[in-house]
Design a protein around this ligand. Structure first.
Ligand SMILES: [Zn+2]
Length: 287
């Protein structure tokens, strides 16, 4: 079990633990397929952040280079890693899923987000003075105007729209422009300031497909560290409208039954996939 902390309990020696080394381009260091362990950072001269304790073991995040410059693969690993028997490799955070256990993948996303926050808030966004670490909270504070900067989390909704079609249950899926190959998923979008999650679901579905929905129900959520989203999943019911896509964002959208699904993100680290699997399970039980 993981417990977030920003400092070690008093009895714990500093530096012991597992080290999640993340380069600015979100590449993560694996040694023999795992995060390096040990009593000191495998990367010299870089600021470290305690993320928390996992089953009592400290989990640290560390940048691959202090200024983010240069090739992360060369010149940053200490001799300890280079001389060790382990094979060091850099794996993109997206590709890391499946290479490490799900818990470790989530921890790498947490590390990436904390390090990005450190990198992006070195100076006060209001007055430009160099910030300092807050002694108690995971926050950076301006010593001049006292503005606090917490790690940024950008909430995004992702929603599976269901309806009873002419031949049975269907879901609304769209091929978004971010996918080069033909690949469909649930609709998604970022929450606007002043908007509730439910309002955001109804607005995004209307904007992207001209479909009116209601009965918005919470499904679950997933941290999505690209770079700092939180995906909040919802189910919703079709009310009215014919599909008319927003062409800047979507290549194609349609209603699909369980027997004619297009390529979808099933079996991975994707809340859209979990919602589609959940729907398939429900409609198969109803038959
Ligand atoms: Zn300031």
């Amino acid at each position: 079990m993981f417990t977030p902390r920003i400092s070690l309990p008093e009895h714990m020696p500093a530096g012991e633990g597992r080290w999640i080394v993340v380069a600015e381009d979100q590449k993560v260091l694996l040694v023999d397929g795992r995060y390096p362990c040990g009593d000191s950072s495998p990367v010299s001269g870089c600021r470290t952040h305690l993320l928390g304790l996992e089953d009592g073991i400290p989990i640290w995040a560390v940048t691959a280079s202090e200024d983010g410059a240069g090739d992360p693969v060369d010149g940053v690993l200490t001799s300890k890693v280079m001389e060790g028997s382990g094979i060091a490799e850099w794996v993109n955070l997206r590709s890391l899923f499946g290479k490490v256990c799900d818990t470790d993948w989530i921890l790498a996303g947490r590390a990436s987000q904390v390090l990005a926050w450190e990198r992006d808030h070195r100076y006060c966004g209001r007055c430009g003075v160099q910030t300092e670490h807050h002694p108690i909270d995971r926050a950076k504070q301006c010593p001049s105007c006292k503005l606090m900067a917490f790690p940024r989390i950008s909430p995004a909704v992702i929603m599976l729209i269901e309806r009873q079609g002419p031949d049975g249950p269907q879901i609304l899926l769209a091929w978004g422009r971010q996918f080069h190959a033909r690949f469909y998923s649930a609709l998604a979008g970022f929450v606007e300031p002043g908007e509730s999650l439910e309002e955001c679901v109804r607005r995004e579905v209307m904007e992207e497909t001209a479909i009116e929905v209601a009965n918005v129900r919470y499904f679950g959520s997933l941290p999505w560290p690209f770079p700092h989203s939180l995906m909040i999943g919802f189910l919703a019911s079709y009310v009215a409208g014919e599909i008319s896509i927003q062409e800047e964002e979507i290549i194609e959208a349609g209603w699909y039954g369980p027997k004619n699904l297009p390529p979808v993100p099933i079996g991975g680290m994707s809340i859209a996939g979990w919602m589609i699997e959940d729907w398939l399970q429900r409609v198969s039980e109803d038959r």
